[in-house]
Design a protein around this ligand. Sequence first.
Ligand SMILES: NC(=O)c1ccc[n+]([C@@H]2O[C@H](COP(=O)([O-])OP(=O)(O)OC[C@H]3O[C@@H](n4cnc5c(N)ncnc54)[C@H](O)[C@@H]3O)[C@@H](O)[C@H]2O)c1
Length: 288
Amino acid sequence: MKKPLINTVVIIGVGLIGGSFALALKKAALVERVIGIDLDSKNLELALKLGIIDEASNSLVAGLNQANLVFIAVPACSIPDLIKRIISHIPLGCIITDAGSVKSELVNVCESLMPPGIHFVGGHPIAGTEHSGAAAAFATLYHNRRCILTPTATTDQDALNIVTALWQAAGSSVEYMDSLAHDRIFAAVSHLPHMVAFALVHAVDRSAEEEENIMAFSAGGFRDFTRIASSDPLMWRDIALMNREALLDMLDRYSMEFNNLRDRIASSDSDWLEDFFKTSKRLRDGIS
Ligand SMILES: NC(=O)c1ccc[n+]([C@@H]2O[C@H](COP(=O)([O-])OP(=O)(O)OC[C@H]3O[C@@H](n4cnc5c(N)ncnc54)[C@H](O)[C@@H]3O)[C@@H](O)[C@H]2O)c1
């Protein structure tokens, strides 16, 4: 049997993302032992029962002193505080990496918290479902998905190579990206659509005050479009706050488009509407 790449991986936040990473590394036989840490002891028990982790720890510091790699998969806003609390228990040579969906502010803060000899690599797997917790984790979540890593000028090359190899072994193709560019891109293609879905559910629900049972008539369009509105509220609170500038910029652009569309409907501008929908269809059909 080949020697595992990592002896001890500590997963902090054994939910969909952390649990799936643990399962993927185990499946690829790249890790000897996985220790799980989670605020929710029931979730941790379940992770143990499902074989996602080999050992569970309700205490933040237990197990950390043996870690070769720490994978942090808790809501993004909590990550800096968490690192402050654990950093003195992390052995020299350890790699800390994360899965936070927002990178720029997070990477700056996390890097500033690393003492010499402990290496931080920012990451964001482009994979997920609208489900949460260890029960939602599965080993193939990252198959044929991208994982963005956001190295900086100070990122340790060996640490970056190891994190890259782990994500590749989990089935992902790894891309390196500047963290600010990452946040602008994901504000457009992920964060804005989620905000639109959240707002749409509210708008339709408010109409229910006038039209009873309106939700009972919701069919394909509304259901497909709003599936992502049932994503984890804490995670999305953190993303909205941590990617505020890029997201506000995208919301402003969207509002302009939307107000224009509204005005054209109000003025029954048939040609413009047809042209607008044709262009939308062409752009959407062009996405592979
Ligand atoms: N779900 C997605 O689609 C997705 C995709 C990419 C990245 N991410 C990122 O991954 C991270 C985790 O997301 P998830 O979907 O796995 O969430 P999740 O709710 O499934 O899991 C998070 C786990 O962290 C635990 N937790 C929360 N705060 C903690 C703390 N301070 N200390 C220890 N444990 C704590 C929770 O109890 C929970 O079990 C987030 O930063 C999110 O932005 C999520």
